[in-house]
Design a protein around this ligand. Structure first.
Ligand code: KG4
Ligand code: ZN
Length: 318
């Protein structure tokens, strides 16, 4: 079995996955409540909380799998991109466990992890396909040729905010708690998506831009005033979500691909999933950050032998 660790942002997660891609345990301890006090992730608080949570989370994952460290053959960890202090906690823990047990260690790219959520059982999706990876930190259109990260090519990316960031910033403007994506998703169901005409950026090629949309919401909220914004919050959420989903769907369609998959936190969005009925969507629990996807990516990553990984470092940007 592979023991995966994920600490790149505000979820502390440990998972046990077999070489065949079966999930035996996938424990995720979200720190969202802690960061909600500040309206977003506070990096220093995230690092300290990962440090407190990692050992109990690993123990809980082993218990859930009915396994012990004797059953673990490889350690997998997110090396980046993400919050550097948060990543370092996971990388240090992974090195310690691997070194202590004389096991190989796979350093996984977090983005490869998101794509590899599609390779877990029972989905087990075979490349080639075109993949939208939309999360709090990234919005990428990927040409996935092979399951290794080397077999993935970037077709388009965001020039400013990530799609999840657009959801989170929009939620904040609407007075909704962090993390805002799921909140907007819920509220939008009660609103009219045609109530407000928010702009969908149309760039040449396959890139995205969400900063104009965020500004449009800012102006709408300012023009409406507090009482009217309060009364029309669901309409604002529905219209704003519609604009983000249209931007994502239009870009996917522009690739002309017939095999499409969606992964990352924003792939949990109900309107996006409904707008792409033919696409393969990552299972809901595997959309937001989790260690099962990191262990899955390790199946297609050359692991480092003991000694070779002692100098392994985390990296913040891809
Ligand atoms: O993949 P993820 O857990 O972390 C990153 O790697 O960034 O994605 C988190 C992002 C957040 O921006 C969150 O608001 C968004 O995914 N998200 C959603 C939904 N659930 C999470 N966005 C829209 N609709 C949702 N249901
Ligand atoms: Zn992520």
């Amino acid at each position: 079995m592979i023991l995966g660790l994920e600490t790149s942002c505000d979820e502390t997660s440990a998972a046990l996955v077999t070489a065949g891609g079966e999930i035996r345990a996938n424990v995720v301890a979200s720190q969202a409540d802690l960061h909600a006090l500040y309206g977003g992730v506070v990096p220093e608080i995230a690092s300290r909380r990962h440090f407190e949570l990692l050992e109990p989370v690993v123990t809980a994952a082993l218990d859930e799998a009915g396994a012990s460290l004797d059953d673990v053959e490889t350690i997998a960890v997110t090396a980046g991109p993400g919050l550097i202090g948060a990543l370092l906690v996971g990388v240090a823990a992974a090195k310690a466990i691997a070194w202590g047990r004389g096991l190989p260690l796979a350093a996984v790219n977090h983005l490869h992890g998101h794509v590899s959520s599609l390779y877990l059982q029972p989905l087990d999706l075979e490349p080639p396909f075109t993949c939208l990876l939309a999360s709090g930190g990234h919005t990428l259109l990927l040409d996935v040729r092979e399951r290794s990260w080397e077999g993935v090519r970037v077709l388009g990316t965001t020039l400013d905010d990530a799609a999840g960031e657009a959801f989170d910033k929009g939620a904040r403007l609407l007075g909704l708690p962090y993390p805002g994506g799921a909140e907007i998703d819920r509220l939008a169901r009660e609103g009219d998506p045609t109530a407000f005409a928010f702009p969908v950026a149309r760039l040449d090629g396959l890139d995205f831009s969400f900063s104009g949309l965020k500004t449009a919401l800012l102006y709408a909220v300012r023009d409406l005033g507090e009482a009217e914004t309060d009364a029309r919050r669901a309409d604002l959420a529905a219209s704003y979500q519609r604009a983000i989903v249209r931007a994502l769907v239009e870009r996917i369609e522009a690739t002309g691909a017939d095999r499409v998959a969606i992964v990352g936190g924003v792939a949990a969005n109900s309107e996006l999933r409904a707008a792409l009925p033919d696409a393969v969507a990552a299972p809901l629990p595997l959309c937001t950050d989790n260690a099962a996807m990191i262990a899955s990516a390790a199946r297609y990553t050359a692991a480092l032998e003991p000694g070779a990984y002692l100098a392994l470092d985390a990296f913040s940007t891809s």
